[in-house]
Design a protein around this ligand. Structure first.
Ligand code: SAH
Length: 194
């Protein structure tokens, strides 16, 4: 069985193609950003958000070290995604909720902005595109965010979205788990190639 992070990557690998536009909603230490950059290739683009200078700086160094130039780093909240991405259908997005490991543990993702961002990104998503959310919830505030994000995802119209949960149910200490939303319809047909 695939571990949580490996499975979150597999879900995007299955559908993202060279030339696509994708979002890393929480770039953190930059590992998902690098992974997404490889998936979309030199004709694609990754928009990577984080509100912390430290995360943006760390990711920037990683990108430079790997000679990567298909990533736009955005030091701003992912809930403002529509300020940065207009009329560009996205193939996928990934969120890693919680705090930055080796960083300030008091800076965490919070339900209101997380859900706002998911909702905005769903509108930008191509048909068969996926939003993958890795839910870390062991920290203070984590349970509330987990519950609110789950409640939001559970009420998505089943005619428009498939929502999957991938979780090891016999692990102790609130292990992270994956939620993936796949869009099954298109509201962007005018912008897509046939
Ligand atoms: N818990 C994960 C990593 C989560 S990192 C792990 O252990 O691997 C979460 C990142 O989200 C942090 O770097 C934090 O700065 C960032 N973040 C918090 N709120 C945000 C927001 N509104 N928009 C973008 N990034 C945000």
């Amino acid at each position: 069985m695939k571990a949580i992070v490996a499975y979150s990557h597999q879900l995007l690998k299955d559908i993202v193609q060279h030339g696509d536009i994708v979002i890393d909603a929480t770039c953190g230490n930059g590992n998902d950003t690098i992974f997404l950059s490889g998936l979309v290739g030199k004709f694609g683009k990754v928009y990577a958000f984080d509100i912390q200078k430290q995360a943006i700086a760390k990711t920037k160094i990683l990108l430079e070290k790997n000679n990567i130039n298909n990533v736009e780093l955005i030091e701003d909240g992912h809930e403002k995604v529509t300020h940065y991405i207009v009329n560009q259908p996205i193939a996928g997005a990934i969120f890693n909720l919680g705090y930055l490991p080796n960083g300030d543990h008091s800076i965490i993702t919070v339900p209101e902005t997380t859900i706002h961002a998911i909702s905005s990104m769903l509108a930008l998503l191509k048909r068969r595109g996926r939003i993958v959310i890795v839910i870390y919830h062991g920290h203070a505030g984590g349970t509330t965010e987990k519950n609110e994000v789950l409640a939001y995802c559970e009420q998505l119209d089943q005619e428009k979205y498939q929502v999957l949960q991938y979780q090891f149910i016999n692990q102790i200490n609130k292990p992270p788990f994956v939620i993936a939303i796949e869009k099954t319809y298109s509201n962007l047909s005018h912008t897509l190639t046939p």
